[in-house]
Ligand binder design. Structure first.
Ligand code: NBG
Length: 845
């Protein structure tokens, strides 16, 4: 047994551990060799690139881990509230470079490796990223984890350790093909498995009411099956601070990994069948973005990770001898969209059924514990679970939901007597047709705060889907505009820019992004402008190399890089962009002498595998690319490239290279967007609608530095009321007609001339996202883009001003807003390591 008084960090005082976590070049070199030999069993001569990467990752992890221990020790002595960020998705991106940056040891590590003839950047590139998310929602969770640690807020991220993350996208004959993402195939040096931390999660069966020894009614859940959730921890270190938080992901396992009874009867397959079935729960991420599908397994996944996470919090809470009546004083649980919303019923179940709290006390604790973030207004993305399904999978939770609903509807009745249509609108149960549980209602009723992710989105939330709730509880609703971490998206992704900024205004901007304002004074400075353009060109050369490597396309880095990267979705309107490309192509063909600046249109993004129209849009982009790129008349003028398999890793090459950022969703549809922030922060100008966070970006950077076009939310509403007929738009616009006819003519698809018919039919007969209605405004706005591009000094000035004014969109600011308005939490300082070198050049490396 260890001595009680032995503090874990005091181990660091022993000579061996000192080397193991030291920050000098010599220490790093020695630990790297030790890890290669002792942890991986390799000698340098026989090491593969993956061995080298893994040995370095372990070397860095040792140092990060030390901070993790310090963080735990500092917290044990405190009463501080802890944030638990519950999210079905996390898209952290590769960890190695980020941890080196945060520790401040990029340069010493580079030096240590160079002594073996190894190149740090190549080793970094070896890392396979965990693609445990679909898009913006999962990436936001990762930015928030980075900011929570960097601001020294005590926090745990809870989610699922999917064995297969978001599929890998390949393009074959222009079509998207999905391949399994085997991200764990070479192991994952960042995670630490904690076999001693596991919970049992029940499914199915029935409930039984019994009287306890005091004669009180108790409900027991008699499940049909049980699954075990095992903790896998990834340390999340803050930027140049002592705090190291944890991302705890749950892996599903069978409770009994081997059924001996079956085995003894000689049925080997049955003996392991249970194991296989249990593990299915955490097998694969559902690849739908903004689409709720109501699948049995998805509900199991949601409940699985929520139950493990809440049981974990309760265990930690009780281990510190704290009463469960005060659970909410210790834990602030954030529901990242409705995916974890079943947590409201689960906490009630745990408190009432397992821990004997009375309903009112438990409900008070629950409501003060949870807060809910809504990320979408799209009706198809709002989760509803059929009552039948919940009854089958979680019978006890269905009863609890009914009870919550009955009490809630009493409250509504008291506030709005006699308003029965309001009751049915607000009920947790949708009674029209097959009955459904509305998860956004459950999350709202069970939370003390509900927020949207950009000002406009939060306002629309209160006016539309949550209107009745906002009337009942006006103070419950607030806004927290999204943000992005400048550490990953500038310091790591854009080293040349990072260096230039740090040379000009010092390195403070990476911790306080508002310091970028210091660049405003340089916006007209000729020398600075020249350096700025050189940086942008270097990034475009880098992206051009990637495009060549991945697609074979050769593009001119001097041309305007016009980029749209995000999930492929009709509301995001990649096809509006394509219509403009075709219009430009046809113009150039007709009259080669017209002065159109050379442009390279770059797309990247995945389509949900079952979303036919989105896949057809990918095919269209590739068909246009093929036609345009193979037409010698377009050489040096127009290029179109679709970069397959968008990821955090490729994004780090893309955002820094953007001249023009396409943010062209139909107004009212994009809740926030975060790619819009990443581009502008890297000095791209935006062409965009008044949607999501575009509104606030434009406000910050100045209307004169933003290319605005398109119908507003208000105008969209009016147009719909008047009656929108897309065909009339086409009749009145010869150039649009020509573009659509070109697609319809079949020249883009020799194999099947009617290939794009469904897309044209959708636009001409329905056009739910007003692509045609916004077409002319978009084309006109693109003309303004071209004419500004001709004046490189004016363009550069605006680009600098864009970056300089993006301070608001740091995820640090978002997290501070959550701390103040939602969680009521203050940061807690953790002692940082005392050794190591933090050089100025590190900030820019
Ligand atoms: C997405 C929105 C984006 C937003 C991210 C992060 C969902 C359900 N919503 O606009 O579409 O930026 O969430 O908030 O994925």
């Amino acid at each position: 047994m260890w001595k009680q008084s032995l503090r874990l960090t005091s181990c660091a005082l022993s000579p061996g551990v000192g080397v193991r976590t030291g920050m000098s070049v010599a220490d790093l070199r020695q630990s790297f060799l030790d890890n290669l030999f002792c942890s991986l069993g390799r000698v340098p001569m026989a090491a593969t690139p993956n061995d080298i990467y893994t040995a370095l990752a372990l070397t860095v992890r040792d140092r990060v881990h030390k901070q993790g221990v310090r963080t735990m020790e500092a917290r044990a002595a405190q009463e501080a509230r802890v944030v638990a960020y519950l999210s079905a998705e996390f898209l952290p991106g590769p960890h190695l470079a980020n941890n080196l940056l945060n520790l401040g040891i990029v340069e010493p590590t580079r030096e240590a490796l160079s002594e073996f003839g190894l190149d740090l950047d190549q080793v970094i590139d070896q890392e396979e990223e965990p693609g445990l998310g679909n898009g913006g929602l999962g990436r936001l969770a990762a930015c928030f984890m980075d900011s929570l640690a960097s601001l020294e807020v005590p926090a745990v991220g809870y989610g699922i350790r999917y064995e297969f993350g978001i599929f890998e996208q390949a393009i074959k004959s222009g079509w998207q093909v999905e391949l399994t993402d085997k991200w764990l195939r070479f192991g994952n040096p960042w995670e630490i498995v904690r076999p001693e931390i596991y919970y049992e999660v029940k499914f199915g069966g029935r409930t039984q009411a019994v009287k306890d020894e005091h004669g009180r009614l108790q409900v027991r859940w008699l499940p049909e099956t049980e699954v075990k959730g095992e903790a896998y921890d990834t340390p999340i270190l803050g930027y140049r601070v002592g705090t190291c938080n944890t991302l705890r992901l749950w892996k599903a396992e069978a409770v009994e990994s081997f059924d001996f009874a079956a085995f003894n009867h000689g049925d080997y397959y049955r003996a392991v069948a249970d194991k296989v079935e249990s593990e299915t729960i955490a097998k694969v991420l559902y690849p739908n973005d903004e689409l709720a599908q109501g699948k049995h397994l998805r509900l199991q996944q949601q409940y699985f990770f929520v139950s493990c996470s809440l049981q974990d919090m309760i265990r930690i809470h009780r281990a510190a001898n704290r009463p469960l009546e005060k659970f909410h004083e210790k834990w602030a649980v954030q529901l990242n969209d409705t995916h974890p919303a079943i947590a409201v019923a689960e906490l009630m179940h745990l408190l009432v059924d397992d821990h004997g709290l009375d309903w009112d006390t438990a409900w008070n604790v629950t409501r003060q514990t949870f807060a809910y973030t809504n990320h979408t207004l799209l009706p198809e993305a709002l989760e509803k679970w059929s009552v039948k399904l919940i009854g089958q999978v979680l019978p006890r939770h269905l009863e609890i939901i009914y009870e919550i609903n009955a009490r809630f509807l009493d409250e509504v009745r008291a506030a709005f007597p006699g308003d029965s249509s309001r009751l049915s609108r607000m009920s947790l149960i949708d009674e029209a047709g097959e009955r459904f549980v509305r998860m956004a209602h459950l999350a709202t009723v069970g939370s003390h705060r509900v927020n949207g992710v950009a000002r406009m989105h939060s306002d629309l939330l209160k006016q539309t889907v949550m209107g009745d709730f906002a009337e009942l509880w006006p103070d419950k609703f607030c806004n927290v505009t999204n943000g992005v971490t400048p550490r990953r998206f500038v310091a790591l992704g854009n080293r040349p820019l990072s260096r230039l900024i740090t040379e000009s205004i010092g390195e403070g901007w990476l911790s306080d992004l508002n310091e970028l304002r210091g660049l405003e004074g340089l916006a007209d400075d000729k020398t600075f402008q020249k350096q700025w353009r050189e940086v942008k060109l270097a990034n475009k050369v880098d992206l051009a190399e990637l495009l060549k490597l991945r697609t074979g396309a050769v593009v001119n880095p001097e041309s305007l890089f016009d980029i749209q990267v995000k999930r492929i979705h009709e509301y995001k309107r990649q096809h509006l962009n394509v219509l403009y490309i075709i219009a430009t192509y046809l113009r150039l063909r007709r009259d080669p002498r017209i002065d159109v600046p050379a442009r390279t249109f770059i797309f990247s993004g995945k389509a949900a595998p079952g979303y036919f129209m989105a896949k057809l849009i990918i095919k269209l982009i590739n068909a246009v690319a093929e036609t345009v790129n193979n037409d010698p008349a377009m050489d040096g003028r127009l290029r179109v490239v679709f970069l397959p398999d968008f990821s955090v890793k490729s994004a780090q090459h893309i955002y820094p290279a953007g001249d023009l950022s396409e943010q062209i969703s139909m107004a009212g549809k994009e809740a926030s967007g975060t790619g819009n922030m990443k581009f502008a922060l890297n000095g791209a100008l935006t062409i965009g609608t008044l949607d999501g966070a575009n509104v606030e970006i434009r406000e910050e950077v100045g209307a004169e530095n933003f290319f605005l076009f398109g119908l507003t939310v208000e105008q969209v509403r009016e147009l719909r009321l008047r009656g929108y007929r897309p065909q009339e738009v086409v009749e009145g616009n010869a150039s649009l007609r020509e573009v659509l006819d070109f697609i319809g003519s079949g020249v883009l698809a020799a194999e099947d001339r009617s290939l794009f018919r469904p897309l044209l039919d959708r636009l001409l007969n329905d056009d739910p996202f007003l692509v045609l209605a916004d077409y002319q405004a978009y084309v006109d706005c693109q003309e303004q883009v071209s004419s500004l591009w001709r004046d490189q000094r004016a363009w550069t000035r605006k680009a600098i001003l864009n970056a300089a004014r993006m301070g608001k969109f740091s995820s640090d600011r978002s997290i501070r807003d959550y701390c103040e308005h939602v969680w009521r939490i203050k940061p807690l300082k953790v002692q940082s390591r005392s050794t190591g070198t933090r050089t100025r050049s590190d900030a820019a490396s």
